[in-house]
Write a protein that binds this ligand. Sequence first.
Ligand SMILES: *Cc1c(COP(=O)(O)O)cnc(C)c1O
Length: 411
Amino acid sequence: MKDTQIKKLIDAEKKRQKKAINLIASENYVSKDVLEALGSELTNKYAEGYPGARYYGGNEVMDKIENLAKERALKLFKLSPNEWAVNVQPLSGSPANIAVYLALVPQGGPDASVGAGKIMGMSLAHGGHLTHGHKVSASGKFWTQVPYDVSQKTEVLDYEELKQVASSEKPALIVAGFTAYPRIIDFKKFRDAANAGGAYLMVDMSHFAGLIAGGAYPSPFLYADVVTTTVHKTLRGPRAALIFSRKDNRELDKKIDKAVFPGLQGGPHLNQIAAVAVALQEASTPVFRKYAAQVVKNARALSDELARLEWRIISGGTDSHLLLVDTWMNGNPSTSLMAGGVGGKEASERLEKAGIIVNKNTIPFDTRSPVDPSGIRLGTAAETTRGKKEKDFIAIARKIDRILRNGDRTH
Ligand SMILES: *Cc1c(COP(=O)(O)O)cnc(C)c1O
């Protein structure tokens, strides 16, 4: 590269990535093949429109690439092209979600129909994503969030309450799938809630898509009308997103295609779409199946060891790639091990100094502020890509404990 300034910075970031223990639950390391597709000449081409219906000439090859990506996406999640459609053009997860709302959720306002403008999503503080109707996001500015929370007692979803809220509020759409929820989601119960409220069910599987692809987490496709996902988290692809929609007489796929382009975006990034296709192929291999299973085993090992060292794990454990640790524990460290009493901000800073990268995170019913919450979120997808196993994560848990505990261990 002739640009030495940027070259130096890329090298510095490469070095940082290599050295750090990366426990950010939404990150991963892509293959050389994915990087090669991303850095290819495909970035030079405009391809506004869809395969066979472009606004620019010269798109013969691009059509083939986009169609291949679509084919692989359906195949990976065992979907028949007669029953499901997929749009591979969303530039990232947030615009994918906004495109679905644009397509399916009518605007509110005084003359709107019942339920118009309402998106029912988990509140941010309990593990939902900004684009599930939070007021700082477009999803909460143009639509109104009907929020739901986890149960205070169990810290898992309360499906009865969910159904009640859906029946009384009658939202146009319910979103299931979160950024900081460690447990298996009962998609059938979400379907029941959606039916009770006459709403569409959208599953945002951004976080656990790779686990589903690898058979380590239940698939939502039996129950959802629409499924969105990022490609760059557990699915281990480039930064991009996909929108799957059920094909029936409601024509969801046509509405969603129109919402993505020309509703929200211009020309698709075909270099990115080619990289998506590469990642989807990689995710369909037996090696990836093993990887997905290992990610979950590693998260359990990390969670169990931290719990043994007397740290409080939200909901008591994990069924996925991520866990939430209550590092504050109401400011009352356990007396035997001095675990607790560290705010999420300080916890993440102390860990970063020691080369462990995590993010601070609110815990359900957090009494502290989002800028300095009570916990941290840990994920195992990235380090599992680098070959780490349960014993490595047990060692990481012990290191985290040593860094975070206050005072000396008494036994
Ligand atoms: C990461 C994430 C998104 C947004 O993805 P971006 O690519 O950062 O825009 C949306 N929903 C959920 C559940 C996510 O975890």
